[in-house]
Design a protein around this ligand. Structure first.
Ligand code: ADP
Length: 729
């Protein structure tokens, strides 16, 4: 770290206004050495919609006898830094013998189960080491960093280090005019903020968050600068669902503003007013589509192209839902890409693989619609400039069938970006931050939607409604209601994926199918809820347990591989790959920049870091590479994802375990995507597509079928809704 950066870090730590602003000299001396592991807290990015958790009642402290010897000056010293949810104060008491006798840490805004739980540990470590140079607590990066930064300030004061005044704006000016920058850790790496200020205003903000999750963190980056510029204060609301990125922006901005001479305590807090007066608006359209994920956007584009007026509601401030998170690709059979690459496949085989993967409880008619229209779906994606030309194997597929972007990027973010661009071209507006709350019916026919935003309540009359609200993987109550043994399991689902559409449909009499069928994905990094794409195994990675041994055919279906992992010691595994594989799969760069990969120049070096017996892991890799050379896996009968061995250093591992990934069950639909009621009759005017529906995936969804589902059924639902409008118009 450069001296300048260290300086900014320290200044940033002083922002809470509790200690007088003082800038410490000799920063390198108090810089923390130990890198802090990537935390559990970024899970908030994918899993958190709610406000910060309640504050712990009392500060945590650790103390020893008053005569501990040391080199500090007797007294009490406090440092402050920004944690996960607000300021964290560390107060050190130094006894007459010069040793630290008490460490008190206060961090009311920290998540109780994560950062809050780490605080007593950190207090103990600082006390024991008599220093701020201690390791952070794994899984609580942000809190640890704040505690150690704050402790470093207090230690420096206790060491009698000279202090100098921080820059201060003159008179009633807010800033010293100029351009300043700050840096803080976000979800996937550093977030840099550069701010230009004049004496009394913030004139420009540039946020570089290029490592943040595409279409989630990047929305935060895009939206926060406007929010801050408009409010002229750094104290604005975090972007819902992107708390980690938002907090990184705020920390970096505060850092820069302090350098600009600002007194941060002078800035007002501007938050959205909860419960204020709302306006009431009545709108009218042909088709209301609820949910701007993959299914909703596909439906919106198709319906608009068919000449219908569409209103697309999205309760989050950004589009994409779970679709953004799809990393693998889209299954499709008999496509022109397969033909061009000499891959033999058939719609029938696609149907059979999907039925088999779904334990034969899928609705075969729906599966057939998906498979038979999948190649057309690929053509349609070509037509909107979103080609998926790369074809490879994925778990549960007999043939190479999963289609993904040429450059190896994650299919979901790629498609969401393409859909948004196409909608822009077609002039389709998304009503963001607007949640559909209920379906309106007249004599049993769905005739519109009630919706609500922070500022307005809406009645939207429409000839047809398409539900595309996604599943319920991020509604723990609903998950536990249908599958109690999943209590406490991490989820990969987006924050908006909370089952609203299922509840709304049920309220108008819809039938539900397979609602207790909830899929675990076998490769989820637990501290971040980050899903490690199946493509990693598809391209040749293996799974090993803590003993360094393979235990399963890694490309069996997700439920089987998940069960295999749960049966291992500790119920986790490591996914192992090499540099060659990393070079071919762009998604891996994200894992590396997030800090969840462990790397070794040799297999043995990797094993040592994982606490695995090096000889065993080396032997596992040697055996596996021989199997790849022979094209045969006598241990577990793996037959796919064996195009390349794992022999090019460096070697990588990610510790993974199962996480809730997809809710297969949902609203019952027929092959025209009409929603079916509990008496087996279509509910007039109501259509549904995507994860909100049940039946397509049965008891287990095969990787690549979610995207096939949204593209095909998004289109089917749109066609049916368009036809319904024409017949009833
Ligand atoms: P699919 O894969 O089926 O398209 P996604 O999870 O990608 O599903 O998208 C579903 C979208 O629906 C998400 O963006 C989610 O925020 C949105 N959504 C869920 N419930 C509502 C609601 N009540 N009103 C508006 N949007 C909703």
């Amino acid at each position: 770290m450069s001296k300048g950066m260290a300086k900014r870090k320290i200044i940033a730590g002083l922002i809470a206004g509790i200690v007088s602003i003082a800038l410490l000299l000799g920063m390198e001396a108090i810089e923390r050495k130990a890198p802090v592991p990537v935390s559990e807290e970024p899970a908030a990015q994918s899993g958190e919609e709610a406000a910060p958790a309640p504050a712990p009642a009392e500060p945590a402290s650790a103390s020893v006898s008053a005569d501990t010897a040391g080199e500090f000056q007797a007294g009490t010293y406090t440092g402050t830094a920004n944690g996960f949810g607000g300021p964290v104060d560390v107060t050190l008491t130094v006894g007459d013998a010069g040793g630290i006798t008490n460490v008190e840490i206060k961090g009311d805004g920290e998540t109780p189960d994560v950062g809050g739980a780490a605080i007593p540990t950190l207090a103990g470590r600082i006390l024991e080491a008599q220093s701020a140079e201690v390791d952070g607590v794994s899984g609580a990066t942000f809190t640890s960093q704040a505690v150690l930064d704050a402790a470093a300030q207090a230690v420096a004061q206790a060491s009698g280090q000279e202090v100098m005044a921080a820059p201060k704006a003159e008179g009633d000016n807010l800033f010293i005019p100029g351009t300043y920058s700050g840096t803080s850790k976000g979800f996937g790496g550093d977030v840099d903020v550069t701010v230009t200020v004049s004496e009394k205003s913030i004139d420009d903000i540039k946020i570089d968050g290029s490592h943040e999750t595409e279409n989630i963190g990047s929305f935060a980056v895009d939206m926060l600068d406007d929010r801050i510029l408009e409010a002229q204060t750094p104290n604005v609301d975090a972007l819902t669902g992107a708390t980690v990125t938002s907090n990184a922006v705020f920390r970096a901005l505060n850092d820069a503003l302090v350098l600009a001479g600002a007194d941060l305590s002078k800035f007002p807090t501007v938050t959205k007013e909860a419960g204020g007066e709302k306006t009431y608006e009545e709108l009218e359209t042909d088709i209301v589509i609820i949910g701007a994920g993959g299914a909703g956007m596909t439906a919106a584009i198709n319906a608009t192209q068919a000449g219908k007026k569409v209103i697309l509601l999205e309760k989050m401030p950004y589009a994409g839902g779970n679709t953004t998170k799809a990393t693998g690709g889209m299954n499709a059979a008999e496509t022109h890409y397969q033909a061009e690459q000499g891959i033999e496949d058939s719609v029938e085989q696609f149907v059979e693989d999907t039925m088999k993967g779904g334990h034969d409880i899928n609705d075969r008619d729906l599966v057939t619609v998906m498979a038979a229209n999948s190649a057309k779906g690929i053509d349609w994606l070509d037509s909107i400039g979103a080609p998926l030309p790369k074809v490879s194997f994925s778990g549960g597929a007999t043939n190479k069938r999963i289609h993904s972007p040429e450059d190896g990027s994650g299919v979901g973010a790629y498609l969401v970006t393409s859909f948004l661009r196409t909608m822009d071209e077609l002039g389709i507006q998304v009503m963001y931050d607007t949640r559909a709350t209920s379906l309106m019916t007249l004599d049993g026919t769905v005739v519109g939607v009630q919706a609500s935003s922070d500022s307005a309540n809406y009645t939207i009359r429409a000839k047809a409604v398409i539900l595309a609200t996604g599943g319920f993987g991020n509604n723990e109550d609903m998950v536990v209601h249908y599958k109690p043994d999943l209590k406490g399991t991490v989820t990969t689902s987006a924050p908006g994926v909370t089952g609203d559409g299922i509840l709304m449909a049920e309220a108008v009499g819809a039938d539900l199918v397979d609602i207790d069928q909830i899929q675990l994905h076998p490769t989820v990094e637990q501290s971040t809820s980050m899903l490690i794409t199946e493509g990693v195994r598809g391209d040749g990675a293996i799974l090993v347990n803590q003993e360094g041994k393979r235990f399963i055919n890694e490309l069996l279906t997700r439920d089987v591989v998940s069960a295999g992992e749960l049966a291992q010691p500790g119920s986790y595994a490591y996914i192992i790959f090499d540099q060659h594989l990393r070079d071919g799969l762009k998604a891996i760069e994200k894992y590396v920049s997030t800090g969840i990969t462990v790397q070794g120049d040799t297999i043995e070096a990797l094993a040592e870091q994982l606490d695995i017996d090096p000889a065993t892991l080396a032997d596992t890799l040697k055996t596996w590479n021989q199997y790849v050379a022979d094209g045969k896996d006598p241990d577990f009968d793996r037959t796919t994802g064996m195009d390349a061995d794992l022999s090019q250093p460096p070697y990588y591992a990610i510790k993974i375990a199962p996480g809730i990934h997809h809710t297969m069950g949902g609203v019952k639909i027929d092959t025209s995507a009409r929603v079916i009621d509990v008496n087996g009759k279509p509910i007039p005017g109501l259509f549904a597509a995507g994860e909100v529906t049940g039946g397509v995936h049965g008891g287990n969804r095969i990787g690549g079928n979610a995207v096939a589902d949204i593209v095909v059924f998004g289109n089917v639902a749109s066609q049916s809704a368009v036809a319904w409008c024409d017949e009833n118009g």
